[in-house]
Design a protein around this ligand. Structure first.
Ligand SMILES: Cc1ncc(COP(=O)(O)O)c(C=O)c1O
Length: 360
């Protein structure tokens, strides 16, 4: 049984993408693989707005998030947390045995650049982690403002999670001065889960060179050495690389700017719908995510019943609140290939169900 996924990842995968995944596998040390790998690099670099290499990791995003900590932190890392995923980074830093400080913001609030400045000014840090779009709270921090602060501290390597914003919102990696930018395929790229992409700066590679306990699987230098040969360090998830190639065709056929505009428009439809029902977003509007909407359950809708009915009658699913926001919020994604028609289909179905529940 398949359902239309309006949860903030994994999201709907197109038939075209699934078909691309059935392309027969090839040897990962073959010339065919090198051609495949090299054929997607230029367009990946264009999407990352970078001249740095873009590595393909057969893992979920957390693999390369942990890897970035292991490769980039020699002294102490500042982990900025404003939701479930960014908060977890502090735990991961701790488990990797790295000196760290957790700079915490309330869930639903963005990362405050001035708080970052104050902390980095202590001179204690050589790395910072932050999440551009906190999927658990639907909050998008002002990356440009934060990076403008971070760039004033040349020793600090910036590690930015763009997991649920990449390709839906413009993030100009090199212009912003981001050292490591990473994501997982199951979010705005609308591919199945299983692969992470990361682009790393020369500065972060230089840092990694000085760190001994980088491990093997996520070692930036293993990625680089193989990248230079048009390969990955170990056997990659080749079907997902075919899917990525097909998705890049789609993205560039649509036009990158058109893609950003489509996401902004669809996100606006959800916001307007929420407003029409008297719901309010969790974050302030200025920091509301462009790829998902995290909506306060101000009408005390029974979200379990709502989602059950949505699933059984309309074959669609939205998501409830994450972690401590369970029952307090619900989340609707507009990532990937969604269109005005598909989003309206969902919102109309929600209208019907809310009316039936006496909550319209
Ligand atoms: C912003 C963000 N970062 C990291 C992750 C973790 O990704 P993965 O489950 O692919 O490791 C998620 C997953 O939802 C996320 O939304």
């Amino acid at each position: 049984m398949s359902y239309k996924l309006f949860i903030p990842g994994p999201i709907n995968v197109s038939e075209k993408t699934y078909k691309a995944m059935t392309t027969p596998v090839i040897g990962h040390r073959s010339n065919d693989f090198v051609s495949l790998y090299n054929s997607i690099q230029p367009r990946l670099q264009e999407l990352f707005y970078t001249k740095d290499p873009v590595f393909l990791s057969t893992s979920s995003a957390w693999g390369v998030m942990e890897g970035s900590i292991r490769n980039c932190v020699a002294k102490k890392v500042l982990n900025c947390g404003n939701g479930a995923f960014s908060d977890k980074w502090a735990d991961v830093s701790e488990r990797c045995g790295k000196q760290n400080k957790f700079l915490s913001f309330d869930w639903g609030k963005p990362v405050d650049p001035e708080a970052v400045r104050k902390e980095l000014s202590t001179g204690e840090y050589d790395a910072i982690t932050l999440i551009h779009n906190e999927t658990s709270t639907g909050t998008m921090s002002d990356l440009a403002a934060i990076m403008a602060v971070v760039r004033q501290f040349p020793e600090v390597i910036s590690i930015v999670d763009a997991v649920s914003s990449f390709s839906a919102v413009k993030i100009e990696k090199d212009a912003l001065g981001i050292d490591v930018m990473l994501l997982g395929t199951q979010k705005a790229l609308a591919l199945p889960p299983g692969m992470a992409l990361l682009s790393v700066s020369k500065r972060s590679l230089d840092r990694a060179s000085k760190i001994k306990d980088r491990g093997y699987y996520f070692d930036f230098h293993e990625f680089l050495t193989n990248h230079e040969k048009g390969m990955t360090p170990s056997t990659p998830v080749i079907p997902l690389i075919y899917a990525l190639k097909s998705k890049l065709d789609d993205i560039f056929a649509e036009g990158i700017e058109n893609r950003y505009a489509r996401h902004a428009h669809l996100n606006g439809l959800v916001h307007a719908w929420a407003e029409r029902h008297g719901f309010v977003l969790l974050p302030e509007k200025a920091y509301a995510s462009k790829t998902l909407s995290c909506i306060r359950n101000t009408k005390e809708v029974n979200l379990t019943d709502l989602n059950k009915a949505l699933k059984s009658r309309f074959k669609m699913v939205i998501d409830g609140g994450y972690g401590k926001l369970k029952d307090k919020t619900f989340r609707i994604s507009n990532m990937g290939d969604e269109t005005e028609a598909t989003m309206m289909e969902l919102l109309n179905a929600l209208d019907t169900l809310l009316a039936e529940m006496g909550k319209a």
